[in-house]
Design a protein around this ligand. Structure first.
Ligand code: SF4
Length: 413
């Protein structure tokens, strides 16, 4: 078995842990942000509804800023206040409400999981982190810990991006924070630290600290409620920790949690030396031709054709203007011809490449894809019969377009 890491990287003093918990919770009680899911979790007497309310917030907050989520969350909870209500919704309704929030598979999975709770678990949310993770599709270790600690007061820790940053700074962890070895240690640490009587508040406090004070670029250490426990701050103020017996080897041997010898502490970075991550893979570059087909509707207002994407993969089930992924480095003329062929198959009538009017390019960054939409438009006279054997499609006015389940990228287009 690997040797345990040096004490400097652990919380091994029970008295210190107790003080840290008290300081953090007192700060949280004073300074926490008012957020709708917190109010629901604190006041809702029904345990299943409480679990559901926290679950929805946690899924929406994955990859999305709090300020953006609030409005979506309120609308969601108004429309589907219970698991049972969500289980009866259609995927189309879910996608419409989710439109603009990004990472669309989250909404779909939330709804599938709600259906599972209603049909297979008699409408009862699992009550522990272990069962939540095991039984609910789309619920990983973090979300399960958050729901169980906040809704059901299970004394279990959580580790998300904010917690990783705070813990790595508190304990000078400079090894790659995305590596399984470091992540396992951080979970151990979170489980040691979590307050036994107020686990949900403690976890939220740790995340709140990372979101508001211990931020990535310019942390506000002077205002931090746990600064006296912070090894990174101590190192910034006083240099290397003094050599006491249990830490003297740290960083010179093969400590699994210290920064690698090739990337030592950089004094110009201070506490932001931590955490460290292996370099990210560059995003995939994609080019897609898309055509805004326009016709006069029966009341004279313009209408646009939108088609539905396949039910799996990127932007599953969302609607878009007819689009075609392109090979890289195609000449413009060739791009136009390929798009015309694609539209021709759609409409069952010839489309001349030169009738497509080039409008411009729209760049949209998905998490792992750098997407360029090459936008064309085509005005149609007379009626067009769309091939019913192809994906579902419909004509919409501009207002209907904005109310449909379309991605932010298509709204930009
Ligand atoms: Fe983060 Fe600074 Fe607090 Fe340390 S003292 S936990 S670096 S905000």
């Amino acid at each position: 078995a690997p040797a345990p890491p040096p004490a400097r990287h652990l919380f091994s003093d029970p008295a210190e842990v107790e003080t840290l918990r008290g300081n953090l919770l007192a700060w949280y009680d004073r300074c926490k942000r008012d957020l709708p899911w917190r109010a629901l979790a604190a006041t809702e007497p029904d345990a299943d509804r409480r679990g559901y309310a926290v679950w929805v917030s946690e899924i929406m907050l994955q990859q999305t800023q709090v300020a953006t989520v609030i409005n979506y969350y309120n609308r969601w909870m108004q429309k589907w206040p219970t698991l049972q209500a969500l289980a009866q919704a259609s995927l189309e309704e879910v996608n419409e409400l989710w439109a603009g929030l990004g990472y669309y598979s989250r909404g779909k999975r939330l709804q599938e999981a709600a259906r599972k709770v209603v049909s297979e678990l008699a409408g009862q949310m699992p009550r522990t982190a272990e069962d939540l993770q095991k039984l609910l599709p789309g619920v990983g270790r973090y979300t399960a810990g958050a729901i169980a600690s906040i809704s059901y007061r299970q004394a279990t820790g959580v580790v998300d991006g904010n917690v990783i940053r705070v813990l790595c700074r508190l304990r000078c962890i400079g090894a790659d924070s995305s590596s399984p070895a470091v992540i396992d240690r951080l979970w151990d640490m979170a489980n040691v630290l979590v307050d036994r009587s107020r686990p949900g508040d403690f976890n939220q406090a740790l995340m709140e600290l990372g979101a508001t004070l211990c931020v990535p670029k310019a942390p506000l250490c002077g205002e931090c409620p746990v600064k006296q426990h912070c090894q990174a701050r101590r190192r910034k103020l006083f240099g290397n920790p003094p050599p006491v017996p249990d830490i003297e080897d740290c960083g010179v041997g093969d400590c699994p949690l210290c920064p690698p010898a090739t990337e030592p502490w950089d004094s110009s970075l201070g506490v932001t030396n931590f955490p460290r991550k292996a370099a990210k893979k560059p995003p995939r570059v994609m080019r897609t031709a898309t055509c805004v087909l326009e016709r006069r509707g029966c009341h004279g207002a313009p209408e646009y054709l939108i088609v539905q994407r396949p039910s799996s993969g990127l932007l599953a089930g969302l609607w878009e203007f007819p689009s075609l992924p392109l090979a890289q480095d195609l000449q413009e003329e060739k791009e136009r011809e390929e798009l015309a062929d694609h539209l021709q198959a759609w409409m069952g009538q010839p489309v001349a490449a030169k009738s497509l009017q080039f409008i411009g390019e729209v760049i949209h960054i998905f998490s792992h894809i750098h997407q360029t939409y090459v936008v064309y438009s085509l005005h149609l006279d007379g009626d067009v019969t769309l091939d019913p054997a192809l994906s579902p499609s419909r004509w919409v006015t501009e207002d209907e377009f904005h109310a449909s389940a379309v991605s932010t990228a298509m709204k930009k287009v």
